[in-house]
Design a protein around this ligand. Structure first.
Ligand code: G3P
Length: 271
């Protein structure tokens, strides 16, 4: 063994390599990254599953007309139904009859509204409505009495839909009281020259900032663009009148396309 060879073999190979590429620095980096991965894994394992799930956009039908509900349900796209005293009055049937039939058609949240204006009366009505079916959601207007009622009912586990919401402030109070849903009425705001969808955007942002659990139902929808805007801004669901639902599915080019396909299919030799 000559001198050079001796020199080479007397140093452990590993040390030579470490010195050459600065392995200490790399080890430090690897340690740092491992610590970050550990922290991330811990965070993910403690995070609630629903937070990790992708949000779904739901379609509710805003009607008490059971024929409309049956049709929409048959399309396989209906997630729930919202009613109100005006919609019930349009059917010419009793409230109880309507609600019982609706819950038998749709397996999803069904909003039924109270007509009392004092907290005690609202709570009494809500308890009776909740007995009809587990899917019943009691619609309560956002007033001081409404908030009181929502608070009591949420503590009893009765689901509520804070309705006649026209501002982000009302939505904040509704979620503080424990409402399951809040319904900003965008069409009625548009009607008086305010941009209804702006209120929805504010509510969605505020609820996201604080991880409020109340779901946002965009209500008082007048046309299909309202539904697109509701979905774009991250609302949980839109409740649509049946005529809007029909407009959503309809497209002139789809009809023309079907006609042309059928005409061409007729020219294909059979057998
Ligand atoms: O769900 C609320 C909705 O029924 C109100 O709609 O058209 O009466 O403003 P509209």
């Amino acid at each position: 063994m000559n001198l050079d060879e001796e020199e080479f073999f007397k140093k452990p190979e590993k040390d030579t390599f470490e010195q050459e590429i600065g392995l200490d620095v790399i080890k430090d980096k690897v340690d740092e990254i491992s610590k970050k991965i550990d922290l991330l894994e811990k965070k993910l394992s403690t995070e609630k599953p629903e937070k990790l799930e992708k949000k779904k956009f739901q379609i509710f039908l805003d009607t008490a007309d059971v024929e409309e509900i049956r049709k929409a349900h048959s399309w396989g796209i209906l997630d729930g139904v919202t009613t109100n005293p005006t919609l019930v009055s349009k059917t010419g049937r009793s409230f109880e009859e309507c609600i019982h039939e609706i819950v038998s058609i749709v397996d999803g949240p069904i909003s039924a509204e109270v007509v009392s204006t004092d907290a005690e009366g609202m709570i009494k009505e809500a308890r009776e409505l909740a007995k009809i079916h587990e899917n019943i959601v009691v619609k309560i207007p956002i007033t001081p009495d409404g908030l009181k009622a929502i608070k009591v009912l949420s503590q009893e586990g009765i689901k509520t839909n804070a309705t006649l919401c026209f501002s982000a402030n009302q939505a904040i109070l509704a979620t503080k009281a424990g409402a399951t849903y809040v319904s900003p009425f965008i069409g009625r705001l548009d009607d008086i020259g305010h941009e209804g969808m702006q209120v929805v955007r504010e509510i969605v942002q505020i609820f996201r900032n604080y991880d409020f659990k109340t779901k946002v139902i965009v209500a008082s929808i007048r046309h299909p663009l309202h539904v697109i805007e509701a979905a774009k801004c991250g609302a949980d669901m839109a409740t649509v009148p049946f005529d809007v639902l029909e407009k959503m599915v309809k497209h002139a080019l789809t009809d023309v396309g079907i006609k042309r396909f059928l005409e061409d299919w007729a020219k294909v030799p059979k057998g």
